[in-house]
Ligand binder design. Structure first.
Ligand SMILES: *Cc1c(COP(=O)(O)O)cnc(C)c1O
Length: 446
C-alpha cells in the first residue's frame, strides 16, 4: 500500500463529518454515502490524497451534482422565442397558477352543477368555439398525434390526397408520409414540389378517397415559381364529393401580427371559416402548454372523439388547466399580447429592447450592445428575423464560456460569436438579469 492510500479516511469518519456539516439535510443518506465513496475512489485511483479545498467540499460538490434535477428551469438568452429544445412556449402566469391548482383534486371529469360525471373535453370547448368560430373541438397531447388521430379515424380504409409540396418533415423526424403510412391511410401525392393546382386534386379523387389533407410547411419556405390551392377551394371540392378536408396549420396563430412584420402564417379562424377541420399545436403561437388541438365540424369531432385512440392520446389535467387559462386570455387580443409571454416577446417594442440591453450590459464589466436579430423558432414564421439589441461579452474561447454558463444553477443558454458570447434580451425576463450577472461572475468572465 502506498502512503496516500494508507492515509485515506474511513467512509464512516467522513460520514460523521458530513452529517455534522448538515449535508444530510440536502440529500438522502444513500446519496451522501455514494458521494463519499466516489470521492474516496477518485483519491485512491489518482493516488492524490485529500482534494484541494478539503474532503467536505468535494463531497458536497458530488451531492449537489447527484441531486440536481435533470429537467430544470433555464435562462433562455438565445433570442429564439419558441425554442423547442428549451420547452417551446413559456406559460402565462395565469396558466401556471391554474395548472398548480388542478394538481389537487379537481373537476377534471366532474360536473359540479349536478354532481355527475363530466368530460375532460368540456373545459376548453366553449372557449375554442368562441375564439376560432368552430362548431366543436377536441384536445389531445400534441399536434402530431392530433393529425394521426384524424387520419386514422377518417381515412384508415382508403386514400388521403396531399400536395407533393407539402410532404414535409417538421422537426424531430415528424414526416407527413410516415405518419400517413402508420395511420393506415394510403398516400396519394398530387402536383409537383413547387406547383399544385385544383385540377391535380380533382383528377386524383376516386371512390377510395377518404380525406384531403393540407399541411402548412412550417419551417420550410418555397419562393419563386410556386402555386398552391387555397384551403377554401379544397373545402368546396370536398363538399361536392363528400370528402372531409383537414388543414394542419401547425403554429396555431390566432392574432393578426402584420403590424409587427410577422406575416405568412395561416390563422386558425380563417381555415375554420373556410370550412376545414383544423389541427394546431398548443405550445407554439398560441403560447400555452403542449397540446394538439382539433377544431371543426361537429360530425368530424364526434367521430374522432369516439375512436379508441382518443382515449390513448388524452391530455392530463395539467395541460387542460393551463390550456383553458391561456385560451381565456386569448378572448381579448390586447390582453393576449400583454400577458402571453410568447406574444409579448414577439411584439416587444424595439426601443424597449434596446434600453433593456443597455441595462444588462451596464451590469456586466466589458460588455457592449449591438444590433442583431431574434428568431421566432418552433417552425413558425421561418423567413422572419426580428430586429433586436444584443449584449456582447468578450470571451477568448466562446465555447468554453458557454459551457461554464450552462453549469450555473439555473443554467444560462446564450449564443456564440467570434471571440464573444451574445445575450438577446428578447427572451430574458428582467428578473433574470441578476441570474445572468451571477453566472457570468461564476464563469470568471467579467
Ligand atoms: C409543429 C407542427 C406539427 C407538430 O406539432 P406538435 O404539437 O409538436 O406535435 C405538426 N404540423 C405542423 C404543420 C407543425 O408546424
Amino acid at each position: 500500500m502506498s502512503d496516500t492510500r494508507r492515509h485515506l479516511p474511513a467512509v464512516n469518519t467522513l460520514l460523521t463529518q458530513a452529517e455534522q456539516a448538515g449535508l444530510l439535510e440536502s440529500a438522502p443518506r444513500k446519496v451522501l454515502v455514494d458521494s463519499i465513496r466516489a470521492v474516496l475512489d477518485r483519491a485512491r485511483s489518482e493516488g492524490s490524497g485529500e482534494p484541494d479545498g478539503g474532503w467536505l467540499a468535494a463531497i458536497e460538490q458530488r451531492v449537489v451534482a447527484g441531486t440536481r434535477p435533470s429537467l430544470q428551469r433555464v435562462i433562455n438568452a438565445t433570442g429564439v422565442v419558441l425554442h423547442t429544445n428549451l420547452g417551446r412556449a413559456p406559460l402565462p402566469d395565469a396558466a401556471l397558477r391554474a395548472a398548480a391548482e388542478a394538481y389537487r383534486y379537481s373537476t377534471l371529469e366532474f360536473d359540479v352543477t349536478n354532481g355527475e360525471r363530466g368530460s375532460r373535453q368540456d373545459h376548453h370547448r366553449s372557449l375554442l368555439r368562441e375564439i376560432t368560430g368552430a362548431e366543436n373541438a377536441l384536445v389531445v397531447n400534441n399536434a402530431a398525434c392530433a393529425l394521426f388521430l384524424l387520419l386514422n379515424t377518417l381515412a384508415r380504409d382508403g386514400d388521403t390526397i396531399v400536395s407533393r409540396g407539402e410532404l414535409v418533415e417538421i422537426g424531430g423526424s415528424f414526416r407527413i408520409p410516415d405518419i400517413l403510412a402508420r395511420s393506415g391511410s394510403a398516400l396519394i401525392e398530387v402536383g409537383t414540389t413547387n406547383r399544385t393546382r385544383l385540377r391535380d386534386y380533382l383528377s386524383a379523387v376516386s371512390p377510395r378517397t377518404r380525406l384531403i389533407l393540407k399541411v402548412h410547411p412550417s419551417n420550410f419556405r418555397m419562393t419563386g415559381f410556386t402555386e398552391e390551392v387555397e384551403i377554401g377551394q379544397l373545402v368546396d371540392l370536398g363538399r361536392d364529393r363528400g370528402i372531409p378536408v383537414v388543414h394542419d396549420v401547425g403554429s396555431g396563430l390566432l392574432l393578426d401580427l402584420a403590424n409587427w412584420d410577422l406575416t405568412g402564417e395561416p390563422r386558425v379562424q380563417d381555415s375554420v371559416a373556410a370550412g376545414a377541420t383544423v389541427v394546431f399545436s398548443g405550445d407554439k403561437m398560441l403560447g400555452g402548454p403542449q397540446a394538439g388541438i382539433i377544431v371543426g365540424p361537429e360530425a368530424i369531432i364526434q367521430r374522432a372523439s369516439s375512436s379508441p385512440l382518443a382515449r390513448a392520446l388524452r391530455p392530463d389535467k395539467f395541460t387542460l388547466a393551463a390550456l383553458e387559462a391561456t385560451l381565456a386570455i386569448h378572448r381579448d387580443p390586447a390582453a393576449a399580447r400583454a400577458e402571453i409571454p410568447v406574444l409579448a416577446m414577439l411584439t416587444a417594442d424595439r426601443s424597449a429592447l434596446a434600453s433593456r440591453a443597455e441595462q444588462l450590459a451596464q451590469q456586466l464589466a466589458g460588455a457592449t450592445v449591438e444590433p442583431g436579430h431574434s428568431a421566432v423558432g418552433g417552425g413558425a414564421f421561418p423567413g422572419v428575423s426580428l430586429p433586436t439589441t444584443l449584449v456582447r461579452l468578450p470571451a477568448d474561447s466562446p465555447d468554453t464560456a458557454l459551457a461554464k454558463l450552462r453549469r450555473h444553477t439555473p443554467p444560462v443558454i446564450a449564443r456564440a460569436a467570434d471571440n464573444a458570447v451574445l445575450f438577446d434580451v428578447r427572451t430574458i425576463r428582467d428578473e433574470e438579469f441578476a441570474v445572468i450577472v451571477s453566472a457570468v461572475r461564476g464563469a470568471a468572465m467579467a
